[in-house]
Write a protein that binds this ligand. Structure first.
Ligand SMILES: NC(=O)c1ccc[n+]([C@@H]2O[C@H](COP(=O)([O-])OP(=O)(O)OC[C@H]3O[C@@H](n4cnc5c(N)ncnc54)[C@H](OP(=O)(O)O)[C@@H]3O)[C@@H](O)[C@H]2O)c1
Length: 113
């Protein structure tokens, strides 16, 4: 799950049945750095698109496990805990129409985009 694979049906199911949803590939494997909406919100806050994506996941009630291989990215991702998005910003990310499943194993669901 990430801003280009928003999993609305799965989020509703998790909420209804009270279980924790975990977002793998929460940065779309690096794809979040190339989106106008995420970049505009990041610029407004003076933060990275990674932080915006992770804050959006958090505010959507989802736990994220980003992968980062160096201290700078790890610190950047951790700093997303201090980023608060406005309702309008969350709505702008919710409205991103671009859909992209980056991880698609044969055993995975094919209808929960
Ligand atoms: N079990 C499964 O089926 C499954 C499937 C997918 C993913 N996962 C797990 O989920 C986690 C997510 O990893 P992922 O690689 O799929 O995708 P991801 O977390 O969406 O993206 C990782 C990419 O974003 C870059 N990045 C991370 N933080 C950044 C920052 N603050 N600024 C700029 N670039 C940043 C990383 O670069 P650097 O490496 O250079 O930091 C890497 O290229 C991993 O722990 C993975 O093992 C599990």
């Amino acid at each position: 799950m990430h801003p280009f694979l928003q999993q609305a049906e799965l989020r509703d199911h998790a909420s209804e049945h009270d279980y924790e949803l975990v977002a793998y590939s929460p940065l779309a494997r690096g794809g979040v750095f190339d989106d106008d909406v995420l970049s505009a919100i990041a610029d407004d806050h003076g933060v990275s698109e990674a932080q915006v994506s992770l804050a959006w996941l958090r505010e959507s009630g989802v736990t994220a496990i980003p992968k980062a291989t160096g201290e700078a990215h790890i610190r950047d991702n951790l700093a997303s805990l201090d980023l608060e998005l406005s309702d309008d910003e969350v709505a702008r990310i919710d409205a991103i129409e671009h859909t992209e499943r980056r991880v698609d194993p044969g055993f995975g669901p094919d209808s929960w985009a």
